[in-house]
Design a protein around this ligand. Structure first.
Ligand code: NAD
Length: 495
């Protein structure tokens, strides 16, 4: 589609703004709503149901009833697979609508939403559908007078609390394995990007996933989110979001029923360019996209660029050129590579960190300003700081915007020490032409994912998650299914 077609499509687009409870679109119990804002122009996309405790009660009751009825939980995996495949096909058939919702609700370029978010959501559901009827349980080795079974069972009612940066993809990373394993899932999307989750629930229902099995409660974290996390009949909280909220959720689980908790949290990922990098231009172009993609609002953003001192000046000069291709534009323009920041609050946070960087004595070599104010939207230039020291706040704290800290180093050990000197451990990357160095450094890096001579490589086959305060548990791959199942041991004595 060309620019005009996307704009026309946006003008005609209709979508639901209610909660999806027990197979029905519904207003919140108290009739409350919140305004959903398009970050590209500051205009309202509609009033969305603001769910609270009463809605959580209804959804958990419906989820439990569906689970206990066995209408989904006790189906043969091959039957669940059929419905999930149909769900994935319906997403694919409506890919433009899902992409447009993501772009308008989260400010992301339409080409990214079409190239990644919407198809990746469908792929994740389809991948888990395909996987679930190929997983076997175990028979433990015993003497001949016993039969010992190790089986997996769905955990029950799963609440998935997800963020705004990749709304449908993050929801699908939870939904895919949790639904495939037979659970009833309640998604609480971010209040900043609720629309795609509601749409996914409608499509899932159309695909034959029974009422109560996939529900959506839009609303605020400290209302619907907190009520889910404290609920005694929710068996598992699976979360993607900030470390601060992740810590709260673990506490809520402890204060209530010790529900299982899986936390995918923040990051401050180190990206190392060694002096023996084979293709410095490719490394620098990748470093730029690693901080600019999705406006830098990426948990694995390569926000700390560690560069060997002998190539530091060259890299900085190439970075300055590179960001020229990443200037913010209206997200519905098909050649836009950077869209809008999610909201005014996040924009202020980014601008305040730029201010902090300057005050800390780092050198602002490009960017640093809010732009396109005339649109009413929230746009910021890609920003590069050099002469950053590892102690500075801009190199320690997650900014979640297109702000890069470039840090020089002299030796491999120093690079590793700086890289690991972080409370986070989500991802890390390195560029070298020496395979031994690559392997030794990958092993030494305390991160859930290490990219060698690339950034953000991987697909559904690779587990994704963090070390340290970046969280626990893994999304994607067969390992994700482990989170949504209980392991049962059955020891049978034989005559
Ligand atoms: P956030 O923690 O503010 O919110 C995430 C979700 O938690 C939202 O749905 C929010 O409503 C809910 N929430 C907030 N307070 C709550 C409470 N008291 N009780 C229950 N729920 C509550 O995060 P965000 O700003 O939406 O997203 C950005 C963060 O997400 C960044 O830190 C980023 O690194 C992280 N993230 C991590 C991954 C990963 O896979 N590790 C992926 C994407 C984003």
């Amino acid at each position: 589609m060309d620019n005009q077609s996307w704009h026309e499509f946006a003008e005609q687009l209709t979508y639901s703004t209610q909660a999806f409870i027990n197979g029905t679109l519904t207003n919140s119990a108290e009739g409350r709503t919140f305004s959903c804002i398009n970050p590209a122009n500051g205009e309202s996309l509609g009033d969305v149901a603001r769910c609270g405790e009463a809605d959580v009660e209804l959804a958990v009751t419906a989820a439990r009833q569906a689970f206990n009825s066995g209408c989904w939980s006790e189906l043969a995996p091959s039957e669940r697979k059929k419905s999930l495949q149909k769900f994935a096909q319906l997403i694919e058939a409506n890919i433009e609508k899902l992409a447009l919702l993501e772009s308008m609700d989260a400010g992301k370029p339409i080409s990214d939403a079409m190239g990644y978010d919407a198809p990746a959501t469908a792929r994740c559901i389809a991948w888990n559908a395909e996987a679930i009827d190929k997983i076997y349980d175990e028979v433990a080795p015993t003497s001949s007078d016993a039969l010992a079974l190790v089986t997996r069972e769905p955990v029950g009612v799963v609440a998935a609390i997800v963020p705004w940066n990749f709304p449908s993809v993050m929801a699908s990373w939870k939904l895919g394995p949790a639904l495939a394993a037979g659970n009833s899932v309640i998604v609480k999307p971010s209040e900043k990007s609720p629309l795609s989750a509601i749409y996914l629930a409608e499509l899932a229902f159309e695909a034959g996933i029974p009422a109560g099995v996939f529900q959506v409660l839009p609303g605020f974290g400290n209302e619907a989110g907190q009520a889910l996390a404290l609920h005694n009949d929710v068996d598992c909280i699976t979360f993607t979001g900030s470390t601060a909220v992740g810590k709260k959720l673990v506490t809520f689980a402890g204060e209530s029923n010790l529900k299982r908790t899986f936390m995918e949290c923040g990051g401050k990922s180190p990206h190392i360019i060694f002096d023996d990098v084979k293709d410095i231009d490719k490394a620098v172009a990748t470093a730029v996209s690693a901080i600019c993609y999705n406006q830098g609002e990426v948990c694995t953003a390569g926000s700390r660029l560690l560069v060997h001192r002998s190539i530091y000046d060259d890299v900085v000069s190439k970075l300055k050129d590179g960001v020229k291709n990443w200037q913010p534009k209206n997200p519905l323009t098909i050649d836009s590579s950077m869209g809008a920041i999610i909201d005014e609050q996040q924009l202020s946070k980014i601008l305040s960190y730029i201010d902090i960087g300057v005050k800390e004595g780092a050198t602002l070599v490009c960017g640093g300003k809010q732009v396109l104010q005339e649109t009413g939207g929230f746009f910021v230039e890609p920003t590069i700081f050099t002469n950053v020291t590892p102690a500075m706040r801009i190199s320690r704290e997650e900014i979640f915007g297109p702000v890069l800290s470039v840090i020089p180093f002299d030796t491999v050990d120093e690079a590793l020490e700086i890289a690991n000197d972080s409370e986070y451990g989500l991802a890390a990357g390195l560029w070298t032409s020496d395979i031994t160095k690559a392997v030794r450094c990958s092993r030494a890096l305390r991160a859930g994912t290490v990219f060698v001579n690339n950034w953000d490589g991987g697909d559904m086959t690779m587990p994704f998650g963090g070390y340290k305060q970046s969280g626990n548990g893994r999304d994607k791959s067969l390992h994700a299914i482990e989170k949504y199942t209980e392991l049962k041991s059955t020891w049978i004595e034989l005559d």
